[in-house]
Design a protein around this ligand. Structure first.
Ligand code: ADP
Length: 680
């Protein structure tokens, strides 16, 4: 391109120079000829005048002098005076004198005759343009003896303009040379300006655009300038910058998509305009057993692995359906290992801006497991439907039976209603009987309470008097009397205990037992209870141990009732232990105080641990080891523990010993209604 431009400029310069030279040459030559014509005509006219003045007067010598002066001019080639009959009279070439003028080369008799006839000078340029031929009529004066007074001759001259023309040519060549040099310089300057201001910068723009076209989007032209190319460069820089950013975003998006496609469990694919795979994700190998590269290099592979029974369906789809847009399809393929797989196929046509279909993209999923499960479900469903049908039929049969049973039931219900009414009446009777029984129970408890009270007074007298007698305060006793009195005293104590316990139980039953709540030191109560049984323990040789290491300093409860419970438990422990000892501990944990009475006695059978808290219950023991007791101590103790907000539990092992545990609240408080409850 640059070469063509240079050639065009060169041709233009050459043409311009040639045209200028030709123009200049012709105008210069014309001017030279005109100048020569002036230089020729003026002296010739003067010579013509001089000859016309002198020749008629016969002053030929003067005329000859004038001619000689004219002939000196170096331009004058031929100068001659031709008389009226065409004979050369005077000439700068003396040899020509006396000769006919027609012999002189270039002389035209016709022109001469015309000039003579009209008396008007003629100056003509020779055909080669090198010589000016001048015909100037001259009055020769009268010839002797002639009638005509004036004879008109012709002053003829050949005036050479060769030198002028040569000068003019040289001037023209010099001017053309200068012009050519100027034009060449101008062209060079233009070329350089074009090169540095346009060509080179456009080259940089072009290279930048080629880089962008080649995929190198980050390239910048980096050109300054406020002209159009500078603005274009900035626009291209902006454009490449934008393209670089968009390309980077596109690349990262493409990378992400490829990553997704490469790691997808589905077989992701892209089919080009020619119907062959342009991309297959690696998972196609898991599904078909064939690698992605095999699908992309072997266009017929997909067709070959389609199950023969689904071939028509697949071909129909590949032939028409997918072009319509998106489509879904289910078909079978035969894997490389020969197994049959179900494929869920979904694809979408790729359409360009002109609406032309350029391929398709989509995914294939292995739906064999789902399909098999669905088939199994359908089978199960069919089976279920059959069974439901069978069952419905059976139910219809059963229903008929039920209707008849129902009828029977209805009559039974009617009978039951009658019975129910009878039962309600019986119930009412029972209610009345229950109320009567409760009233009787209360009356019994009231009776026992009052009777027990009435019994205690004489009993205390019996015990008191027998004590006095036993101590010998009424006189000495015989052995027999002492024995009898001891039995009376013991039986009295036993009876008093029995009455007291019956009285307490009755009070509790009718709700007349009231607690006296106070603050006290629990270890003091324990010690007092132990003191009560210590004599009997010592008598039996039993150790009595108190553990009070974790004992609280104080507790709030019914001091006397607690002591009664502990005496009862300790009494039993001593009573049912023949060797070893009895221990009692008191400890506190959180809001509870725990008393533990343990012995090394005979123990209680496991199946009777519950029963011993029942009224009048005593464990069966051999007659020879029979001990005194009422069977009311534990039930009474348990109820007292309940009243104090606690309870008693027991653990025992036959032949090893028993442990009774009493748990009571550390602080017993009365609520606004006056009921007692544990604090916290
Ligand atoms: P009793 O007046 O007979 O002791 P209790 O109600 O106090 O009546 O006890 C009921 C029965 O529980 C007793 O007769 C006895 O058989 C059994 N029993 C109670 N404490 C003990 C114990 N520490 N060791 C063995 N047996 C016991």
């Amino acid at each position: 391109m640059r070469f063509i431009m240079s050639l065009i400029v060169l041709v233009f310069v050459v043409l311009a120079v040639a045209y200028t030279a030709v123009e200049r040459l012709s105008s210069t030559q014309e001017a030279a000829v005109e100048r020569a014509r002036g230089a020729f005509e003026t002296p010739m006219i003067q010579l013509q005048a001089a000859l016309s003045d002198h020749l008629p007067d016969g002053e030929a010598d003067v005329a000859q002098r004038h001619m000689s002066m004219m002939a000196i001019d170096e331009h004058v080639v031929v100068l001659m005076l031709v008389d009226d009959i065409g004979i050369i009279g005077l000439s700068n070439q003396s040899l020509l004198e006396g000769s006919p003028a027609s012999q002189v080369e270039g002389y035209s008799e016709a022109v001469a005759a015309d000039a003579a006839a009209t008396l008007e000078s003629r100056v003509e340029l020779s055909d080669d343009g090198e010589i000016l031929r001048g015909y100037f009529p001259v009055n020769l004066g009268a010839r002797e003896g002639a009638l005509r007074p004036d004879r008109i001759g012709i002053l003829y001259s050949d005036y050479s303009v060769s030198a002028d023309l040569a000068r003019a040519r040289n001037d023209a060549v010099a001017a053309a040379t200068h012009l050519a040099a100027f034009l060449l310089l101008l062209a060079l300057a233009q070329y350089l300006a074009l090169h540095f201001l346009v060509t080179r910068r456009v080259g940089r723009l072009t290279s930048a655009i080629r880089s962008v076209a080649g995929g190198r989007f980050g390239v910048t032209v980096g050109m300054t300038g406020s002209d159009e190319i500078g603005q274009l460069a900035r626009s291209i820089d902006f454009m490449t910058c934008q393209l670089a950013e968009e390309h980077a975003a596109l690349e990262s998006s493409e990378h992400l998509h490829r990553l997704l496609a490469d790691n997808a469990a589905d077989w992701v694919f892209w089919i080009g305009p020619d119907g062959t795979f342009a991309y297959c994700s690696p998972s196609c190998e898991d599904i078909t057993g064939y690698a992605a590269a095999e699908f992309m290099t072997d266009p017929g592979l997909m067709e070959r692995i389609i199950h023969p029974e689904d071939a028509d369906l697949y071909h129909h789809h590949r032939g028409t359906e997918w072009r319509a847009g998106s489509s879904d399809l289910r078909f079978r393929i035969i894997r490389r290992d020969g197994s049959v797989r179900w494929i869920g196929h979904a694809c979408q046509a790729i359409v360009d801006e002109d609406g032309e279909v350029r391929g398709s993209r989509g995914s294939n999923r292995d739906i064999t497991a789902i399909t098999e499960v669905a088939e199994a479900l359908r089978e199960a469903n069919r089976d279920l439907e059959a069974r439901v049908e069978e069952r419905t039929r059976q139910l219809a049969d059963s229903n008929e039976e039920l209707v008849s049973v129902n009828e029977e039931l209805s009559s039974t219900i009617e009978q039951l209603a009658v019975l129910n009414e009878e039962l309600a009446a019986t119930n009412e009777d029972l209610e009345v009987a229950t109320q009567a029984a409760e009233a009787a129970s209360r009356a019994k408890s009231d009776f026992i309470a009052s009777m027990s009270h009435e019994l205690r007074t004489p009993l205390n007298s019996i015990i008191g008097f027998s004590d006095i007698l036993l101590r010998g305060m009424a006189g000495p006793l015989t052995d027999e009397e002492f024995t009898q009195l001891t039995m009376i005293n013991t039986s009295g104590h036993h009876l008093l205990q029995l009455i007291n316990e019956i009285l307490d139980l009755s009070k509790i039953e009718v709700g007349r037992m009231e607690l006296r709540v106070e603050d006290f030191d629990p270890i003091v109560v324990v010690r007092e209870a132990v003191d009560t049984v210590s004599a009997e323990a010592t008598q039996k040789g039993l150790a009595l141990v108190i553990d009070s290491t974790s004992c609280p300093a104080s507790m709030r409860s019914d001091r006397l009732r607690l002591e009664q419970v502990l005496i009862n438990l300790l009494g039993n422990a001593v009573k049912f232990t023949d060797s070893g000892g009895v221990s009692v501990s008191v400890s506190c944990k959180g809001p509870l105080v725990t008393f533990v009475v343990a012995d090394t006695g005979r123990g209680i059978p496991g199946d009777e641990l519950e029963k011993i808290f029942g009224e009048f219950y005593q464990v069966e023991i051999p007659a020879e080891v029979k001990t005194a007791g009422t069977g009311l101590g534990l039930p009474l103790s348990q109820r007292l523990a309940y009243m104090m907000g606690g309870h008693i539990t027991v653990k025992s092992e036959l032949g090893v010993g028993s442990t009774f545990i009493v748990r009571l609240p550390l602080t017993l408080v009365a609520d606004p209604e006056g009921d007692l409850r544990a604090e916290g």
